[in-house]
Structure formats: C-alpha cells, structure tokens
Design a protein. Structure first.
Length: 166
C-alpha cells in the first residue's frame, strides 16, 4: 500500500546500550566508520526497517555492528531533539540490555570497531548519546534495584549491592 502525506516525516532509529552487571560496569560502544561523526564513539544502532519494531531494530543493529546477540531489552526512552542528527530529522528510541560480563565483540557493518569501556571513563560520544547515557545509567540502577527487591522477596538471594550509590 502506498501512502502520500501532506506533512514531512522524520526518520526513526533505535540504539542499544549494553551495560555489564559487574562491580565496575562496562558499556559497549562502536566507533563509527562513516560520516556523520566518522571515528567517533556511539551506541550500536541505526535506522528502522519498515517491517520491524524499534525493539527489533535495536536487536538487529546490535548484532550487525558488533556480532552480539541479546534477547531482553528495556526501553529507556525516545529522543527527538530537532538537531540531534545532522543527516536530517531523526527520532531514536533507546534500549538497555544488561549482561553479566563483557563478551567478545567485533566492529562490523558500518562500525569500524566495537569496544567495552568502563562506565566512568567513556570517550566523548556522537549525536546526543551523552544525554542518552545519563538516562541509561538511571534505568540500569533502577532495573538492578528492582530485580534485587524481587529476588529478595522470593528468598532466592541475600541482599547485595551491584553498584555504588551516590
């Protein structure tokens, strides 16, 4: 079916922020292989296909750019600053994946490299990814605390802190 609209439409992307569940968490970043921001670090992500959800897009882009597969994602939020992408009007939906420890990754597709960074020592990030990272950290902490409370209520584990509190 073909649609014609009177109003311009933005592009939609999805980003996947992967953080490890360690005493000193790490974040997976890719070094961009092409402009805009060629050579800069960013989250794995990209443009959504017409036949997929933003969650499916985030999972696909993570695998295409790093070789890493995940199945469980938690939506962080949608980001729609008008000038967030120099290629044009783009809205992204960011997702969080939490894994136990870093996995082997390789820069693939349009990612020149893929690398794990300590959460407290990230390089400058492309686009608005620094803003997204702050929200990802908040979501990460809430998720771990929520899981801890649920597990404690089931009596499966003893209370344990997975991160330093402020």
């Amino acid at each position: 079916m073909t649609y014609t609209y009177k109003y311009p439409r933005p592009a939609v992307t999805a980003d996947c922020i992967v953080i490890t569940k360690e005493p000193e968490p790490k974040v997976l970043l890719i070094q961009r292989g092409f402009d805009p921001y060629k050579g800069c670090w960013a989250f794995p992500g990209g443009f959504m296909n017409m036949d997929e959800t933003t969650e499916q897009c985030a999972i696909r882009e993570l695998e295409e750019e790093t070789g890493m597969k995940v199945s469980e994602l938690h939506q962080i939020g949608a980001y729609s600053k008008v000038d967030r992408d120099p290629r044009g009007r783009t809205i992204t939906v960011a997702y969080l994946a939490v894994i136990d420890a870093p996995m082997a990754v390789t820069g693939q597709d349009d990612a020149a490299r893929a690398q794990w960074f300590p959460i407290d020592a990230l390089p400058p990030l492309a686009f608005d990814h620094e803003d997204i990272m702050q929200d990802a950290i908040r979501s990460y902490k809430k998720l771990l605390v929520t899981r801890l409370v649920i597990w404690n209520n089931k009596g499966s584990i003893k209370k344990k802190s997975y991160f330093c509190s402020n």
